[in-house]
Write a protein that binds this ligand. Structure first.
Ligand SMILES: [Fe+2]
Ligand SMILES: [Fe+2]
Length: 464
């Protein structure tokens, strides 16, 4: 069955292919970006890079190993925007200047496009998990418990690839900030996906989940809410704290990880899968934050506010126990062997998707930390004979970031431009004749610093 023919009747009402519908959405004025690298405090505007998105083939879902493909990044930017449009986002400074954007973001036109493509876009982005995870044969509580203990021990044995990349970077501060930005995706809207699993009537397991939820919300005290203490950590690094200042720097892997919990929470047929996934997440957070504190203290000493990490190193040890005993295993006991494969699937998928977060972040840190070597590598890279892509920019051009499915050589034909690959690190200034290798899947943006900059993009031919 093709993606197209699987479209639900709701999807079909809007008409057109998935590609046509998401291009219509991304082409809306809210999503075309502006000349700024960081987004203003306006949660309704986020750059979806409609020109680059138009290249994506939405008839070809990425496989599990293709999480860093450009169409995967494009799909997860869209999905993240769709999901957040189902939450309440209001700017800290008030709506006075932004009421028109509020009306557009939540309005019927974009809502129609979202609702008409969401299910199909989810299948596009997450369909690969069906084949990537095999849960056949796992039908007992004991098998579930054993598998869970195994994967949690494996995660705890560390080290985290992303934190390792930070520790080994030459510019550790910029590498650490790049990591903070990936956490900001969830950190600034924490537990929003979880909130969708609180309604209904499902017994003591519902209360256990609610207990975790109110911890995330600081028991109703704004200063103790996890998003508030996350913002404190960003502020201590002199970074912006609004949703989503660093939108252009969210990587495909972290976007997919964040979207995954919304994907499971939106469809209660996947409730047991959600229970497995959230149990895995809570169990691995505590040791991960212990490791993060060590790496960040080593870099910044006391100059960074790590209250957020200390809080999670403490409370997620507790949440890990509650979710395992009072949610995961309790659901298996109460509802019997038929729910076990779904619980287990949630654990396994969360582990897999969490791996994309780590690998993508580590790869971006390593590349962005070593751009001078990638200038050298550009000279030696064999490029295809096909005519190169050509980009003409001015300082007023909308700034957006993207990646490519193949390694590319970016070459400056005319003028001067900055290649930007990290949210806070120095830009790489390129002038006429300069070239730089962009490995497949790496995220970058180019900003003209002369009145006009012309760049050429050559595809690197694999040397096999
Ligand atoms: Fe939290
Ligand atoms: Fe937690």
């Amino acid at each position: 069955m093709t993606l197209q023919s699987q479209a639900s009747s709701a999807d079909k009402e809007v008409g057109g292919t998935l590609g046509q519908r998401v291009r219509a959405f991304a082409g809306h004025p809210l999503f075309r970006g502006d000349a700024q690298v960081l987004h203003e405090p306006n949660p309704y505007r986020r750059m979806l890079v409609p020109d680059a998105l138009a290249e994506s083939d939405f008839d070809r879902p990425p496989a599990a190993g293709q999480w860093s493909a450009h169409r995967s990044l494009a799909a997860h930017r869209l999905l993240g925007t769709f999901y957040e449009a189902e939450t309440v986002l209001l700017p800290e400074q008030g709506l006075a200047e932004l009421h028109d954007d509020f009306d557009l973001f939540y309005g019927t036109e974009l809502r129609g496009l979202r609702e008409g493509s969401l299910s199909e876009l989810e299948r596009f982005a997450f369909g690969c998990l069906d084949d990537a995870v095999d849960v056949s044969g796992a039908t007992t509580r004991e098998a579930l418990d054993a598998y869970f203990q195994h994967v949690v021990a494996e995660a705890g044995a560390g080290p985290s690839p992303a934190l390792k990349a930070i520790a080994e970077a030459r510019d550790r501060e910029s590498a650490a900030d790049l990591y903070l930005v990936q956490l900001a995706l969830d950190g600034l809207t924490e537990a929003s996906a979880m909130s969708r699993n609180l309604a209904g009537a499902y017994g003591p397991e519902q209360s256990a989940l609610f207990k975790i939820f109110i911890d995330e919300f600081g028991y109703g005290v704004y200063d103790a809410k996890h998003t508030t203490i996350f913002a404190k950590m960003l502020r201590s690094r002199a970074m912006a704290t609004h949703v989503h200042a660093y939108w252009n720097f969210y990587l495909a892997g972290p976007l997919a990880t964040n979207n995954y919990y919304y994907y499971l929470s939106r469809d209660h047929a996947k409730f047991f899968r959600y229970a497995g996934a959230v149990t895995y997440a809570e169990a691995i957070f505590a040791p991960a934050f212990v490791e993060m504190v060590k790496v960040f203290r080593d870099i910044f000493g006391d100059a960074v506010d790590l209250h957020y990490c200390d809080e999670h190193a403490h409370i997620d040890a507790h949440h890990g126990r509650i979710t395992k005993e009072q949610v995961l295993l309790a659901l298996a006991d109460r509802h019997g062997p038929r729910v076990v494969p779904e619980l287990l699937r949630g654990v396994a998928e969360a582990r897999l998707v969490g791996g994309w977060f780590e690998e993508d972040t580590a790869a971006q840190i390593r590349w962005a930390d070593d751009l001078s070597r990638h200038r050298e590598l550009a000279g030696a890279a064999p490029t295809s004979d096909a005519p190169p892509g050509r980009i003409v920019l001015s300082p007023e051009s909308p700034f957006g970031t993207r990646g490519h499915d193949d390694a590319m050589v970016l070459e400056i034909e005319r003028g001067e431009a900055d290649l930007i690959a990290t949210p806070t690190g120095p830009a790489e200034r390129l002038t006429r004749g300069d070239a730089l290798l962009i490995p497949a899947g790496r995220l970058y943006g180019v900003k003209a610093v002369s009145p006009e900059a012309v760049c050429r993009l050559h595809t690197v031919t694999p040397s096999d």
